[in-house]
Design a protein around this ligand. Sequence first.
Ligand SMILES: NC(=O)c1ccc[n+]([C@@H]2O[C@H](COP(=O)([O-])OP(=O)(O)OC[C@H]3O[C@@H](n4cnc5c(N)ncnc54)[C@H](OP(=O)(O)O)[C@@H]3O)[C@@H](O)[C@H]2O)c1
Length: 328
Amino acid sequence: MPSIKAAIIGFGTVGEGVYKIVNEKRQQLKQHTGYSIEIASILVRDVNTKRAVAPSVLVTDSIDDILNDPEIDIIFEAIVDEEPAYTYLSQAIEKGIHIITANKKMFAKHGPALLKHAEFRDVQVGFEATTAGGIPIIRTIENLLAGDRVHRVQGILNGTSNFILTAMRDEGVTFEEALHHAQKKGFAEADPTDDISGSDAFYKLMVVSSLAFDEQPEWEEVSVVGIDHIQTDDVLEASKAELRYRHVAEIRIDDEGKLSGKVGPVLLDAEHPFYAIDGVDNAIIVETDYLGKLTLIGPGAGMYPTGSAMVADLVHIIRQLKPVPVLS
Ligand SMILES: NC(=O)c1ccc[n+]([C@@H]2O[C@H](COP(=O)([O-])OP(=O)(O)OC[C@H]3O[C@@H](n4cnc5c(N)ncnc54)[C@H](OP(=O)(O)O)[C@@H]3O)[C@@H](O)[C@H]2O)c1
């Protein structure tokens, strides 16, 4: 049976999730793709940390060990920040290696360049995990674009913010207490700045914008507001009036083709599909010319939801590699 050799860049929550799923679902992946998938190497910062990986896997702190291995077909990238992720993935594309990323901060800015470079080098790029974790929003929009036109996307794209707003309403706790609770449960990063300032939702919105509209608005023209100024009293008052605070990212295109986006807290009534979305879940509404409104709800983060989105990209890429039968 033919085999695919893959490397994982970053072995934190997401990278380890990919490793576990590929190993746990080895047989199923073989059946679905016709290939045996092997994780050959893993890049980390600290090689001395003990990792639960098979002895045959090379754990390294040198990207050259991966990029100079002629047998690597695919790289899963799950590190943080724009750099060195962008440089590593550019180098991988240059060498003809397919890439799959979860790194929304990097991809919001450099996704268009990476996609162009990949097209030129005839390699595939998977980025489902950059936006809304396990919700297959990227593939859904790609499918819709084949015969429809997207004109608006709205989303609860940051599970930490939604968890905090839910806890403030249900438990009457302060913003700080709710944030601490989210960190204890592992939902928020040790540095939660991007989550609570709205930046994380903004990056995801820009990834969606590039895909749905083939462009992004000027970043400085998008209003980005977080939830850190919201008081528990505001949330409880709203709740009495049967309204709920939700942190919503929205991008739309008008009839003249002008894009506009905004990210921030809004008050919604029970008629809105986002009213019922509590806790760490994400939700996205896609509006199109023919389909109307489509709402997707699901886990927006976490080891297995995000890992599974990356493995779904792997399966999609492998299927693209197979020769397409010619219909007569
Ligand atoms: N967590 C989620 O649920 C989630 C969901 C969707 C998308 N994402 C995105 O996925 C990416 C990874 O998130 P995570 O939560 O898995 O992060 P994490 O738990 O902090 O893990 C990061 C991993 O990357 C490694 N790393 C960081 N910088 C590196 C560098 N310069 N060179 C080599 N290795 C490096 C770290 O190595 P050491 O172990 O040696 O420190 C660690 O293994 C981020 O871009 C994040 O935005 C996360």
